[in-house]
Design a protein around this ligand. Structure first.
Ligand code: G3H
Ligand code: 13P
Ligand code: ZN
Length: 311
């Protein structure tokens, strides 16, 4: 099956009350783990690459790894640019085989965000590629941008219609309390999402696909394995899975997960190396690491996303 855009995926997800997992990929083992889990569960999937991933693995390697996954599986896969910082990087990915790009103008002024998102949408649409934009800012770290907790800002629902109408984008990432990374809430702070904002956005944009970034749950199993094997991840707190499940049943059609994959991978490596300190063949510890990433993805599909059997 060739790469697909997210148009059909989102339409079915919106109508069916589930969401598509958008998983960040950085190397072969991660691509294999995600796509094998999705293939076994017959789930559509989005593989997304950040600027950091393109710097680390190189654009061509990532595209070809994803193409290999298409040959090995039989599910709809979209290839998406995560957090495109400007028109140029979006153009590179549109021209370079991606089927979807995010233009992240969320740190710009409202008018500048509109201008760059509109420019990307026009360029992308002429080439059959879809576009995600963002309104509001999340706390946490993504590539070189760090937003301190307390400096994030929720999406203002009274801006969303104007923004979507003037830019022509195909989906919108909103800020309702999720954040990037493994430390989403302060110790003792009650995890909370602003479902009232999500409802108001949905009322103003009926039928329009909404995206949640920063949606890892920081699964305790993998944090515990890491900490039991020499790691130090105290106070890591993610988004409760029941809240994500609730979001997936609503207008949220795309849920972004990276940190949980990183935790699974690191847990596998640490556990393997602690049990076998004499090993130095990467195939040995990466086999265990890949298995944990696959387990994380299967868990997300069945427990959070509800996309099992929707391929
Ligand atoms: O939103 C950020 C993603 O987790 C990607 O992270 O920029 O470190 O690759 P990265
Ligand atoms: P997490 O850090 O919660 O996994 O979020 C990933 C993300 O939003 C990628 O764009
Ligand atoms: Zn993100």
């Amino acid at each position: 099956m060739p790469l697909v855009t997210t148009t059909e995926m989102f339409k079915k997800a919106y109508e069916g009350g589930y969401a598509i997992g958008a998983f960040n990929v950085n190397n072969m083992e991660i691509v294999q783990a995600i796509t094998e889990a999705a293939d076994e569960l017959k789930s559509p999937i989005i593989l997304q690459c950040s600027s950091g991933a393109r710097k680390y693995a190189k654009h061509a390697y990532l595209v070809h790894l994803v193409k290999a996954a298409l040959e090995e599986t039989n599910i709809p896969i979209a290839l998406h640019l995560d957090h495109g910082a400007d028109f140029e990087i979006c153009k590179q990915c549109i021209d370079g085989g991606f089927t979807s790009v995010m233009i992240d103008g969320s740190s710009l002024s409202y008018e500048d965000n509109i201008a760059v998102s509109k420019k990307v949408a026009e360029y992308a649409h002429e080439r059959g590629v879809v576009v995600e934009a963002e309104l509001g800012t999340l706390a946490g770290v993504e590539d070189d941008v760090k937003v301190e907790h307390g400096s994030e800002s929720y999406t203002q629902p009274d801006q969303v219609e104007d923004f979507v109408n003037r830019t022509g984008v195909d989906s919108l990432a909103i800020a309702i309390g999720t954040s990037h990374g493994a430390y989403k809430f302060k110790p003792g702070q009650k995890p909370q999402l602003r479902f009232d904002i999500l409802e108001e956005v949905t009322r103003r944009l009926p039928g329009f696909p909404i995206v949640l970034h920063g949606a890892s749950s920081v699964l305790p199993k993998y944090v515990d394995i890491i900490n039991a094997n020499g790691g130090k991840l105290d106070d890591a707190i993610g988004i409760p899975e029941d809240m994500l499940r609730q979001a997936a049943k609503s207008a949220v059609c795309k849920i972004n997960i990276d940190s949980d994959l990183r935790l699974g991978l690191t847990a596998g490596i640490r556990e393997h190396m602690a049990a076998h300190p004499e090993h130095f063949d990467p195939r040995q510890y990466l086999t265990d690491a890949r298995a944990y990433v696959k387990e994380v993805v299967a868990h997300k599909i069945t427990t959070v996303l509800g996309s099992e059997g929707k391929a």
